[in-house]
Design a protein around this ligand. Structure first.
Ligand code: C2E
Ligand code: CA
Ligand code: CA
Length: 556
């Protein structure tokens, strides 16, 4: 093939009456220049510097060729031409060498840049942030790390695409950068440029150098939030964002860079209460999240290792003065941590998905106990707390049917308690679920009534058999006029809807009598009994059964 090219060039040279070596050299140079141009054009981003370099590298050789062609027509001395040519070729080689060195340095610069900067937003990245923090730590300079998370970012990516999301961020960050620097140089003894770093995909950071007051941090949060809340336009949609912010200080909250970042992240992930937009690292809440992690891991073995037990709290029929039933309350005695209240571990079990197993255990144990209790009190109604997450599980209704049959229980003496907060949501779906339980014959109670925002009219559409007034309205009923009104009105309205009412948290005789007067059906609370372990509950039942009216037994 190469031989063929040589022959072709030879023929072309003969036809054009040009010197063969000259034709060969010219062809090679043209090929090299064309190749260089193709390589440059094929690059993603045309780099002007590379183009200039390329032109510069080849110019001496083109000059050699022009000189060579001229020397053929003009009768110049070969010696003279050869010195010029040699110098041009040397220049070409020097330029080539310079190019290689420059190109290598450029590549290294780009590599170092992207090791420190985020490609999408061009912001300094996690490594740059750690570097900056480590430097301040080394100098033992107080500083504050402020992390923030634009909440709408994932949905912008989903709806408008990655490119727009990156443009959106870059635009907002330009604004944020300008505003925080204006504030920084005016209000804080911190004159240097404040950078924004990208710590994680959705988490950004600002390092505030020097001692800083909480009010100043608050001001920074305000500036950040107002930029994001102002929003940006996409076509004809205005995208308004809000932020979660977490703040930690060196050396107050952490003595190392790594701990400082961890503390700020913990603050960032603190759940927002009362619409508070930012959180300073708090030792207590971090300890509580450490405890939560511990509890989540301990919960796994709690059932196997038989650490749970059930307590029973009696409910009294206020009309007959006799025991109506009892509520089953779980207890957890963890060998290392001691007694852990259900209010603490049930929410953890719910969020870690371990509640299903716990409910299954509670239901099985409770119904076995119910079989024993009904031997002593045949009409005893057992109330079992069921988490909102359990409701939609078919397995729970199947378990109930199976146990009811196996233990020959009356389904109407089983009450499942669901909290009012669970009832806020999809009405049709929830009604379907509750109907499933009612079709088995078990009853449904709305627990903690009054703590949510649901109306009785709404709840009546769902269908329920019992309403449990939350203890917060009952415990101080003697002193609170408004709670008296709430309890009385709830009793009247529930009755008009055909439901029974339980007052929870009855702590003294006066409340007991007052609720009787309001027509409340059942009472539960410390005045009657605290929750008791099963055996103690059975003995309590025995003692109470011998009295004609429980009230006289209780005030003895
Ligand atoms: P809850 O369903 O509202 O249960 C009543 C709570 O009030 C019980 O607390 C009980 O001990 C307490 N209590 C009863 N009478 C009085 C009184 O006169 N005064 C005062 N101050 N308190 C009274 P406990 O046993 O700590 O249970 C707390 C919550 O834990 C329960 O609230 C319930 O939501 C949940 N829970 C308990 N057992 C289970 C269970 O087996 N499964 C599920 N999913 N949740 C449960
Ligand atoms: Ca309950
Ligand atoms: Ca309750």
């Amino acid at each position: 093939m190469i031989a063929g090219v040589y022959i072709l060039i030879g023929i072309a040279a003969a036809v054009a009456n040009v010197d063969l070596p000259f034709a060969m050299q010219s062809t090679m140079v043209i090929v090299a220049i064309v190749l260089s141009a193709i390589i440059l054009a094929s690059q993603d981003k045309s780099n002007a510097k590379e183009v200039y370099f390329c032109v510069a590298i080849w110019s001496p050789i083109v000059a050699v060729l022009i000189g060579f062609a001229a020397s053929q027509s003009i009768n110049s001395t070969t010696e003279h031409v050869s010195i010029v040519n040699d110098s041009l070729i040397a220049l070409h080689l020097i330029l080539l060498l310079l190019f290689v060195i420059w190109h290598d340095a450029e590549k290294r610069r780009i590599y170092i840049h992207y090791a420190q900067f985020d490609k999408e937003t061009a912001l300094p990245n996690k490594f740059a942030l750690f570097g900056a923090l480590a430097k301040l730590e080394e100098q033992n300079k107080p500083h504050t790390l402020l992390l923030f998370k634009p909440l709408i970012l994932p949905s912008i990516r989903l709806n408008f695409g990655l490119t727009f999301a990156n443009q959106h961020i870059s635009k907002l960050f330009k604004e944020v950068h300008e505003q925080i620097n204006t504030y920084g140089s005016a209000a804080v003894a911190n004159k240097g440029d404040t950078h924004i770093y990208r710590l994680e995909d959705q988490v950004f950071a600002i390092v505030l150098d020097g001692k800083i007051e909480v009010s100043q941090v608050e001001q920074y949060v305000c500036i950040l939030s107002s930029v994001f809340e102002e929003g940006v336009w996409y076509k004809d949609t205005k995208i308004v964002d809000s932020l979660d912010v977490g703040v930690a200080n060196y050396p107050m909250h952490a003595k190392t860079t790594e701990k400082l970042v961890q503390r700020a992240l913990q603050a960032l992930n603190t759940k927002t209460h009362n619409g508070q937009r930012w959180h300073l690292f708090d030792v207590e809440s971090s300890m509580s999240s450490e405890r939560q992690l511990k509890l989540t891991s301990f919960l796994k073995s709690a059932i196997e290792q038989e650490q749970f037990s059930l307590f029973f709290q009696p409910q009294v029929d206020l009309k007959t003065g006799r025991v109506f039933g009892s509520e089953v309350l779980i207890r957890w005695l963890q060998p290392d941590l001691g007694y852990i209240p259900p209010d603490e571990f049930i929410p953890i079990a719910e969020s870690s998905g371990q509640i299903y197993e716990i409910t299954e255990w509670v239901v099985e144990q409770a119904l076995k106990y119910q079989a024993q209790i009904t031997k002593q009190i045949p009409e005893h109604v057992i109330s079992i707390n069921v988490s909102g997450r359990d409701l939609s599980r078919r397995e729970l209704s199947v378990q109930l049917i199976t146990l009811i049959n196996e233990l020959s229980l009356a389904p109407s003496q089983i009450m499942i308690e669901i909290t009012e907060s669970v009832t806020i949501g999809n009405e049709t779906e929830l009604k379907g679920m509750l109907d499933d339980y009612r079709s088995i014959g078990v009853k449904v109670a709305i627990d903690d009534f009054g703590t949510g925002y649901s109306s009785l009219a709404y709840l009546s559409k769902l269908g329920f058999d019992e309403l449990k007034i939350d203890k917060s309205f009952v415990m101080d009923i003697e002193t609170s006029k408004s709670n008296q009104t709430i309890c009385k009105a709830t009793c009247d309205m529930a009755h008009s809807l055909g439901s029974k009412v339980v007052a929870e948290g009855v702590e003294d005789i006066n409340s007991y009598i007052r609720l009787q007067a309001y027509g409340c059906d059942y009472a539960q609370g410390y005045f009657i009994s605290r929750p008791l372990p099963f055996n103690e509950f059975l003995s309590w039942l025995e003692k109470v059964n011998s009295a004609s009216d429980i009230k006289s037994f209780l005030i003895r």
